[in-house]
Design a protein around this ligand. Sequence first.
Ligand code: COI
Length: 372
Amino acid sequence: MRHSTVTDTTPERVPFGELFTHHMVTAHWTGQDGWSAPRLEPFGDLRMSPAMVGLHYGQVVFEGLKAYRREEDAVAVFRPDDHAARLRRSAERLAVPALADDTLLQAVDLLLAADGGCLPDQPGLSLYLRPVLYASEAHLALRPARQYAFLLIAFVTGGFFSDRPDPVTVWVGRDHTRAAPGGTGGVKYAGNYAPSYAAQEQARQAGCDQVVWLDPVERRWVEELGGMNLFFVRGSGPSAQVITPPATGTLLPGVTRDSLLHLAARQQLAVREEPVSVGQWKAECLDGTITETFASGTAAVVTPVGVVRDGAQSWQVGTGRAGPVTLALRDALVDIHTGRAPAPEGWLRTVRTQGSRPGPARSQESLVGSGQ
Ligand code: COI
């Protein structure tokens, strides 16, 4: 088994989702005992039955939240209570027994106390925490499982695209839809993601970074961008308006989305949740009404959209680069993440790390083995 460690932690060279830390936290649920107390263990492969429900029928929900370095021996977790609440809502939709918010917070504390030191003290890097709840029972009858497991793992990341606000080119998906009314689009269900890969591949072949999802009924209202929310800016200066599609059930109500709505209002900008059609997006970019567009998410933070492609047509958003509203909102958010600006009440949870173990986390290869 090859044991590779990563020594280059330049944020733009740190791959997303590969540099896992040394431990994980687990808990288990049975009908009789409910959820067990979370337990810290070395990061390692799982044992599972080939008939595990989560594997066959996808009864799996997850979250994504981040921790940022504070002092030498502390990290700050961004809005863990809101992520715990969304995990509960996702669990309810997928008939998974809810994990108490406190249990998730306890698990986060355990993992960060042990592995927070894996986060190098370097601007642009953070620890991405991934809690997962999955049906662990072995049976293939079509009913909710009677056993579940919880896992919390973490990896060092520089950003989903990059830690810098470089603009991305996006592609309007016309052949597939992401979510339907009454479906699972409004929760963080594992099955929302793999169906996007075919559209993502079409986007890549068209030379674009991400897919723009349209509403599933009229196929004209802009909903989301890949696994991120979208924002539009109309106008400029103090009279700029910040607009995002309303979270009416088919798009994920992002914690970053909510944070940006709050921060935009704090910057005295007019903030609106209202539908924007792809036709409006194009026409208003061409006539200069829409001046900026950006994506938001835990992984993507705030990422400007420079160019949109829709079939044979394409148009530039504003200057094609990060605009002033995008940058001001991004800075306001990153300043809170990094502790340069005070956070609104309840947004940050500080966790003391045990000893400092900065530097390379173990890459996935070292843990699963590549056979080389
Ligand atoms: C996030 O921004 O945390 C996401 O969930 C996107 C993706 C990496 C799953």
